[in-house]
Design a protein around this ligand. Structure first.
Ligand code: UDP
Length: 174
């Protein structure tokens, strides 16, 4: 997936796949925010706001969560991000655009194999680009059934980590 995204112009941390278990990646300074995109309501959105599970959203919904396990990764607004300088306004503008583009690309990739991309989480990092003399933002995360909700297009069967979180069985097949 990361290779497909980088072929479409998304800068990622992936340099090279070394073997089945290891990858060589660029060292990045991780921005302490989890960026979540939702196309269909479920999970914490449905729980928190009472939006019916499975509601198709008019347009992708972007949410921000602070990466802090002790606090349980609380949801935050852009104002919190700027106020506490977790990221600059310019960075968030770039990231918002990248995230929506990644959502479009991933939706297409999954749609082609009969899967709906319900929602996903993604993180970004800063890397110093010597030749340009600037900080660049790159995607610095995995994209997998551990970080995405994926439903079968026809049956809405869950094909992601919710299978074991909800004890639905058939984890390997999914
Ligand atoms: N997610 C993640 N890591 C987290 C929190 C969420 O990968 O620490 C992903 C999750 O897999 C789902 C999306 O972000 O695809 C939205 O998750 P949600 O807020 O509904 O929380 P959950 O119900 O998964 O706890």
């Amino acid at each position: 997936l990361l290779n497909s995204l980088s072929q479409c112009g998304i800068q990622t941390h992936l340099l090279k796949r070394l073997n089945m278990r290891e990858q060589l990646i660029k060292k990045a300074e991780i921005i302490p925010i989890e960026f979540i995109v939702r196309n269909i309501a479920t999970g914490s959105l449905s729980k928190r706001l009472g939006i019916a599970e499975g509601t198709v959203l008019n347009k992708p919904l972007l949410e921000y969560y602070l990466k802090n396990d002790e606090l349980g990764d609380p949801i935050i607004t852009k104002e919190h991000i700027y106020s506490f300088e977790w990221a600059a306004k310019k960075e968030i503008e770039i990231i918002d655009k990248m995230t929506l583009r990644i959502n479009d690309l991933l939706q297409g990739i999954f749609r082609a194999v009969g899967i709906k991309l319900v929602d996903f989480k993604i993180e970004y990092g800063r890397v110093w680009n010597n030749s340009k003399g600037v900080n660049e933002i790159i995607l610095a995360d995995e994209i997998s059934p551990d970080t995405c909700r994926l439903w079968d297009m026809k049956t809405d069967k869950k094909l992601d980590k919710d299978r074991f979180r909800k004890d639905l069985g058939n984890v390997i097949e999914a």
